[in-house]
Design a protein around this ligand. Structure first.
Ligand SMILES: Nc1ncnc2c1ncn2[C@@H]1O[C@H](COP(=O)(O)OP(=O)(O)OP(=O)(O)O)[C@@H](O)[C@H]1O
Ligand SMILES: [Mg+2]
Length: 598
């Protein structure tokens, strides 16, 4: 029972409040409890006032009581409103912090791709934007009012014990039963079905596409604005309809509730009238009990279940993500420091790898030895597994079978953060920080001389000043072209090499550069990374020829390996593709792609 209670989303939600702000939460509960007791106190005070008037007693005390309760009833409500709004905002902030930690703290990244988590993530990510329910700063006041009424009803019912033991049970039970009879309307039980979650995701996606700048070009060019708006409205309408159908008040339940409540009230008020007529209770008691019986109705189903469900559901998603994401992306790690590695070799040994949740392997028994200090180019068609190799080296995932050894030590035996400090990578979808140029090149800081030297090596020295923000939305900020951004990303990797990184992974680092720029930049990269191990991934054969060795990858296997000269001499796939691309660069024919294996 205790465990069941503890697992209830509503109880878990209340457990969050003191974590968000313990003082505010205590004050919120204190005011709530006081407000909850006021209706019962008011009934008692009114009874004693009427009694005093009836008996001709001194009215000072009863009047003071009635007055105090009345003033508290008026004053506490706006104070509680402010407390609720603040506590709601802080709880939302706490939940957002938890969500950010749930996403960012696991060392791997499988948790962000797991379909089981994606649904929770959709619900959790925007829970306070008011799309699926009111933000917490507002719903906390609904919850407060609902709880005040509930406690007010209960405390009034307790007063009725002094009339007859069965009266609070009958009346309280009748009003309480409305929660059960109307429970479907309060709690959206089916909010986690596939249909609801997919509608939520589609609404979320359409919304993002509509408001995020990157999609703006194509949306306009292809005239998709109305289509996106229609999709957004359609998904929201579907969500609304599903919610309405699941939580609308049902006629039968409403009728049954009314019958139960009317019967209980008739019985209690008739008994009260009889007792008064028989002289068993005086006028003062009559007033108190009648007021208490009246206030017991506050127990009834109101906005509480609905508001609590709306707040507890997304909060539950955040807590679930926090608990479940970490194990999904947990990576084993050893004690041995990876500092200074590799100084001998990086070796893939019979590596087989499938992405979590997929059974088809992307890499199959992949073996490759890369001597430290050398450069290796990996070429292969789209989907061959090139980026996957880079991700495995960064230990964003671990091989399903086989393993990677660095200087003979299994990669999983190295202490993770020290290894990651040895790796500098530019991925195809590299990050573009809306920060200054300096921070883009060295997010964790580096001497300006290293930053400038890296920018020079990447051909990005004359773009803008180090303190300029690389986003036009900021004061004095600038927008860069795709190729310029790529050079900045390269400078980031080269700067990491200057700070001690020993393995450089460049995944299509020049895909957005013009041909002349690409040749020149490859030469500069190879010069700047001469002392370290460099892995270049590229589609363009002409640019990788200067690498010490070239590996042709197909469907997760090495099909050719050697220097440019060796591979050209062997006349295999590399030769065919190299000649094809060289011919196209010499004079592209209509309808032919200019670069790439595909
Ligand atoms: N996160 C992922 N989850 C599941 N499958 C993935 C994931 N990333 C890649 N894949 C699959 O793994 C295969 C290899 O992908 P990878 O990105 O390594 O190819 P690539 O050689 O880098 O291709 P490209 O030249 O297009 O960049 C592809 O079939 C792709 O669909
Ligand atoms: Mg790739």
């Amino acid at each position: 029972m205790i465990n069941w209670l503890r697992e209830r989303p509503e109880i878990r939600y209340f457990g969050i409040l003191p974590k968000a702000d313990s003082w505010l939460a205590s004050l919120w509960w204190l005011v709530l409890a006081t407000r909850g007791l006021l209706p019962a106190l008011f009934a008692v005070a009114m009874g004693s006032l009427v009694g005093a008037v009836n008996d001709g007693d001194d009215l000072t005390l009863p009047l003071t009581m009635v007055g105090s309760v009345f003033v508290l009833l008026q004053v506490l409500s706006p104070i509680h409103l402010v407390l609720s709004a603040n506590l709601g905002s802080r709880t939302a902030a706490w939940l957002y912090d938890e969500l950010t930690l749930a996403c960012l703290s696991p060392p791997g990244m499988a948790h962000l791709e797991n379909p089981r988590h994606i649904n929770d993530l959709t619900m959790a990510r925007d829970f306070d934007l008011g799309i699926s329910g009111p933000p917490l700063s507002i719903s906390m006041d609904f919850i407060a009012s609902g709880l005040v009424e509930f406690i007010g009803g209960l405390s009034s019912a307790i007063v009725l014990f002094f009339f007859a033991w069965w009266a609070p049970l009958l009346l309280g039970g009748a009003w309480l039963s409305t929660h059960w009879l109307l429970r479907e309307s309060g709690v959206w039980k089916d909010r986690n079905t596939d249909q609801v979650q997919s509608a939520q995701r589609q609404a979320d996606y359409a919304y993002r596409i509509a408001v995020d700048p990157p999609a703006a070009k194509e949306l306009r060019l292809f005239g998709l604005s109305d289509w996106i708006v229609a999709r957004f409205q359609g998904s929201r309408q579907l969500l609304h309809d599903l919610r309405w159908e699941a939580t609308r008040l049902r006629e039968r339940s409403v009728a049954l509730s009314m019958v139960v409540v009317i019967l209980a009230n008739v019985v209690v008020f008739m008994a009260m009238a009889n007792a008064a007529m028989d002289g068993e209770i005086g006028l003062d008691q009559m007033v108190t009990f009648a007021a208490a019986a009246f206030s017991t109705s506050m127990i009834a189903f109101g906005g509480l279940s609905w508001a609590l469900d709306g707040a507890a559901a997304p909060a539950g998603s955040v807590l679930r993500l926090r608990e479940q994401m970490a194990p999904t992306a947990r990576l084993a790690q050893g004690e041995r420091s990876g500092l200074g590695m590799p100084h001998q070799s990086v070796a893939f040994e019979q590596v087989t790898f499938s992405y979590p949740g997929f059974t088809t392997p992307v890499l199959k028994n992949f073996s490759l030895n890369i001597p430290a200090g050398s450069s290796l180019a990996i070429v292969g068609s789209n989907g061959a597994g090139k980026t996957t190799l880079a991700k495995l080296l960064c230990r964003l995932y671990d091989p399903t079978e086989g393993g990677i050894r660095i200087d003979g030590t299994p990669l999983v035996g190295l202490e993770l953060s020290s290894w990651r400090r040895q790796v500098a990578a530019v991925f195809q979808d590299f990050i573009r920080f809306e920060l200054t140029l300096r921070e883009n090149v060295a997010p964790l800081g580096a001497p300006d001389s290293d930053i400038v030297a890296s920018l020079v090596a990447a051909g990005a020295a004359d773009f803008t000043g180090l303190d300029t923000v690389l986003a036009k939305a900021y004061r004095g900020g600038v927008d860069l072209s795709g190729g310029q951004w790529q050079r900045i990303a390269l400078a980031r990797a080269l700067c990491a090499v200057r700070q001690g990184a020993r393995l450089v992974l460049l995944d299509e680092p020049t895909a957005q550069l013009d041909v002349r720029g690409e040749m020149e930049i490859f030469d500069r990269i190879l010069d700047a990374t001469r002392e370290v191990t460099t892995i270049l991934i590229s589609h363009r054969f002409s640019t990788v020829r200067r690498a010490d060795r070239i590996c042709v990858l197909e469907a997760g296997r090495v099909i050719e390996l050697g220097s440019h000269e060796q591979l050209m001499a062997s006349g295999g796939r590399y030769r065919t593709m190299f000649d094809l691309q060289a011919a196209r660069f010499a004079g592209p024919k209509a309808g032919e792609a200019v670069d790439g294996l595909d």
